[in-house]
Design a protein around this ligand. Structure first.
Ligand SMILES: NC(=O)c1ccc[n+]([C@@H]2O[C@H](COP(=O)([O-])OP(=O)(O)OC[C@H]3O[C@@H](n4cnc5c(N)ncnc54)[C@H](O)[C@@H]3O)[C@@H](O)[C@H]2O)c1
Ligand SMILES: [Zn+2]
Length: 359
């Protein structure tokens, strides 16, 4: 079991990574006797829900489970509003703790519920996808979608504890593992050359769900995520911005395919290929390193971009991306493996070429 810490003064919290992390988390929080643990669970996760409830009861908690269908459509006011009523009826008070058991969809919605119910109660993340374990569960960005865009309604509300239980990943389909791997590779490329080299050797173990590789990789990623969050909690100083590497073109691919073709991390793998191509083209990164990175990314089993998606159309989505400032898109690019540079000077014609490099 590995233990990490997000240092945020009186909002600091621990992250547990390993097999049995959820059981350990149940014992971790103080003054719990008779307190209510309200568990918002992805209804697909029967076995994991059962295990969490058993562990919480053994540690003295009262429990209440709300099972929901956790597709992206769940991140909607209309879907989560009834849960405030359910919390009230279950008797949830200021001492209750909301547990988010599921992927990023459940984490974002549960964190938002916890942040707004009674003006804020504590919440614990128990992420069950690799993507949620290495990324969305840590950092306190919570919220729901709006018809005009994703994640537009929300608030920062840090969890009090995050338990990344590797046993809970056992039922995860391979494509969801690949999605998490995409975000892992991102951490290697932007922060950590040694980790990137390790991933080039161990990625198959991760896709295969091998526990030792997972524990090493998840904790390594979270160390970096925790550091970025501690330095820039509200994503204002630019420290967290480098985490958007690969996301400009990646988001455009997701939006242009109506979020149906790619899992998030798969689109990011393609987005990182485009960003690496741009890094070389803009003179930040040497060509050999760029070619090696792109070859590795291209070797991963990501679905192809549908034939009807044209680079010019992707450009319109890139320009709509919220990181465009004063008409200029800000690209996070690579100077080397583990080193980034922010580039505001990428011409539209070059963005189109970069998109073409992955079509
Ligand atoms: N808050 C943040 O900082 C942040 C960061 C990145 C992404 N996000 C959000 O996260 C969401 C995506 O998260 P996700 O990729 O985890 O998606 P998800 O929660 O939709 O889960 C993906 C799929 O896997 C299933 N699943 C979850 N755990 C499983 C398990 N252990 N076994 C079998 N199936 C399982 C789910 O039912 C779902 O079908 C998006 O809404 C995105 O906006 C938030
Ligand atoms: Zn991402």
């Amino acid at each position: 079991m590995k233990r990490l810490r997000v240092g945020l003064g009186d909002r600091s919290y621990a992250i547990l990574v390993g097999q049995g992390a959820a059981r350990l988390a149940s014992r971790e929080l103080g003054d719990r006797r008779g307190n209510l643990a309200y568990i918002l669970a992805d209804r697909r996760l029967g076995r994991q829900t059962h295990a969490l409830v058993r562990a919480l009861r053994a540690a003295g908690w009262k429990t209440h489970v709300a099972r929901v269908t956790a597709s992206e459509a769940f991140k909607d006011f209309k879907r989560i509003y009834p849960l405030y009523g359910d919390l009230l009826k279950a008797g949830a008070d200021r001492h209750s703790v909301l547990f988010a058991l599921g992927g990023g969809v459940i984490g974002d919605a549960a964190g938002f519920l916890a942040g707004t119910y009674l003006r804020g109660i504590r919440w614990v993340g128990v992420p069950t996808t690799l993507l949620a374990q290495v990324d969305s569960s840590v950092g306190g960005k919570t919220g729901v979608n709006h018809a005009l865009g994703k994640n537009l309604i929300g608030a920062f509300h840090q969890p009090t504890l995050v338990a990344c239980d590797l046993d809970f990943l056992k039922t995860l389909p391979e494509r969801e593992r690949l999605s998490g791997l995409g975000e892992m590779i991102k951490y290697g490329l932007i922060y950590d050359r040694a980790f990137y080299a390790w991933l080039e050797r161990h990625w198959e173990g991760i896709l295969g769900g091998e526990s030792r590789s997972l524990e090493e990789a998840v904790s390594r990623c979270l160390k970096w995520k925790a550091r970025a969050v501690a330095a820039d909690e509200r994503d204002r100083s630019g420290v967290r911005e480098v985490l958007n590497f690969g996301h400009t073109v990646g988001h455009a691919l997701e939006a242009a395919t109506a979020y149906r073709t790619f899992r998030h991390g798969e689109a990011i793998i393609l987005g990182m290929q485009a960003a690496t191509w741009l890094s070389v083209e803009r003179g930040h990164l040497d060509g050999r390193t760029g070619a090696r990175i792109r070859a590795f990314l291209a070797s991963l089993p990501v679905p192809g971009v549908p034939a009807g998606i044209k680079a010019q159309r992707l450009l319109t989505y890139v320009r709509k991306d919220k990181k465009a400032q004063a008409g200029k898109v800000r690209f996070v690019l690579l100077r080397d493996v583990g080193k980034t540079v922010l580039d505001r000077g990428v011409a539209d014609s070059l963005i189109v070429e970069a998109c073409n490099s992955v079509l």
